[in-house]
Design a protein around this ligand. Structure first.
Ligand SMILES: Nc1nc2c(c(=O)[nH]1)N[C@H]1C(S)=C(S)[C@@H](COP(=O)(O)O)O[C@H]1N2
Ligand SMILES: [Mo]
Length: 423
């Protein structure tokens, strides 16, 4: 599956030679061969015959040279793959939309196969308790929104110190997709709920064995939650909750109930497993934070990073990464090359979306100096992403969830990168 060498050795060797020869000026990418370059001067096999017909690939996968851009897991985290997690290869992606095929998965009892015909959504605790079919859902007016989903445990292994060597592993429990869905408020209204939201909650449950039940304050349910039936234009993938999942913008991934089967309006929260013994943060004094729903502003440099070292030699270097905030829009991302002593403001690639990932770039020149690369996100509430030290001061060291501290990659003169912490 992982085809890392598929690029063809001749081209590889050629690029290397080019780097060695052309270290100065616009060194990167402008590989100059000593003699005529056969890739330019000679007719290549791919130009001497036909390519595949349009019937070869009814539904496409990335070309085999990209076979390394895949979800991965961390062995010591994944003793059991049924109640488990894998990670998005964010170090190898660009832009903001996560392709569904490599968007991370988190299951408590495995990914189930639920056909549209067998799908039911029950809404109870309302004036007219109702069971909706999938066809019923398709007849509601729907909306399109792009949102990030971040598992609260993202970066959770880094609380005690730098652990996992790769942005995929430290920050890959995130994806960002465009959802087509029905506002939850419309479904509640159809079932006759039209009351005062004060003090009211909904309890959302999935159809899988774990059910992953979570309580959500009614204000949030009525605000921007969706029952999503599509992601990135196509049906949800099985592993992301086909045929329908709950979208809870800006809030921790655990609330985004997949295979959503029941929504009950209640007078209080259920205090389920997923909101008491899990997804709470125990502080130094033994008290726990709970209802920590919103994912605070966070960012990470995705390249260069340990799995994406600098391989093109000195000269122009594109530093890039992603930033997001559960409180709304990202307003600014700064990048530091010296472990946070000085900062440069990065360029945002597009207008930041509400509760969505934004891509940032710092177009720079690298002469092979050691760097301690960091990124720092700010959002429209004025919040600034904290350092890990600042976070630990407030939260202590018992936490697993909600680690949004600033990440450092040590870029060595060789171009290799390593996960480190600076103080
Ligand atoms: N029904 C159900 N919903 C679920 C889960 C689950 O195990 N079952 N896992 C939750 C958790 S912890 C996360 S982080 C997200 C992960 O969504 P994804 O698999 O689409 O990445 O789904 C949430 N919804
Ligand atoms: Mo999660």
């Amino acid at each position: 599956m992982a085809d890392t060498t598929g690029r063809g050795t001749s081209r590889r060797a050629f690029l290397k030679a080019g780097v060695a020869a052309g270290g100065a000026a616009f060194g990167a990418g402008t590989a100059r061969a000593a003699g005529p370059d056969p890739l330019i001067t000679q007719v290549q096999p791919w130009a001497s015959g036909f390519g595949d017909g349009v019937d070869a690939t009814p539904y496409g996968l990335p070309i085999r040279f990209e076979g390394d851009v895949i979800r991965r897991n961390v062995e010591w985290l994944t003793a059991d793959t049924i109640s488990s997690i894998n990670f998005t290869p964010i170090h190898a992606l660009d832009g903001t939309i996560t392709p569904a095929g490599c968007a991370f998965e988190r299951h408590h009892s495995g990914a189930i196969e639920l056909a549209r015909e067998d799908y039911r959504l029950m809404v109870n605790g309302v004036e007219r308790p109702t069971v909706f079919t999938y066809a019923d859902l398709e007849r509601f007016p729907r909306e399109n929104h792009t949102y990030f989903l971040e598992c609260a445990a993202n970066t959770g292994m880094e609380w005690a110190g730098a652990q996992l060597n790769g942005a995929q592993f430290t920050h890959g429990m995130i994806h960002n997709m465009e959802y087509s869905g029905i506002p939850l408020r419309a479904v509640l209204k159809e079932a006759g709920w039209d009351g005062d939201p004060a003090g009211k909650w909904v309890y959302a449950e999935g159809a899988d064995a774990s059910s992953n039940g979570r309580s959500i304050p009614m204000e949030k349910a009525l605000d921007d939650c969706l029952i999503a039936i599509r992601a990135n234009g196509e049906a949800l993938r099985k592993e992301h909750g086909y045929p329908a999942r709950l979208v809870v913008p800006g809030w921790e991934g655990n609330l985004w109930v997949k295979w959503i089967r029941r929504i009950e309006v209640m007078d209080g929260p259920v205090e389920s497993r997923e909101e008491t013994s899990k997804y709470t943060d125990t502080l130094a004094d033994g008290m726990s934070r709970k209802w920590t729903w919103v994912m605070d502003a966070k960012s990470v440099v995705t390249s260069p990073s340990p799995q994406a070292p600098v391989t093109h030699g000195h000269g122009p270097l594109v530093i890039t990464g992603m930033a997001w905030s559960g409180h709304g829009r990202i307003t600014r991302v700064d990048v530091s090359k010296d472990g946070g002593r000085s900062w440069e403001t990065a360029r945002l690639a597009a207008d930041p979306g509400n509760k969505a990932v934004v891509r940032f770039y710092l177009d720079t020149v690298w002469a092979g100096e050691e760097m301690f690369l960091q990124s720092r996100a700010m959002d429209e509430t004025g919040y600034v992403q904290p350092t890990k030290a600042q976070l630990r001061e407030v939260r202590g060291l018992n936490s697993v969830y909600h680690n949004n501290g600033i990440q450092t990659w040590w870029i060595k003169p060789t171009g290799e990168a390593e996960n480190v912490e600076v103080s």
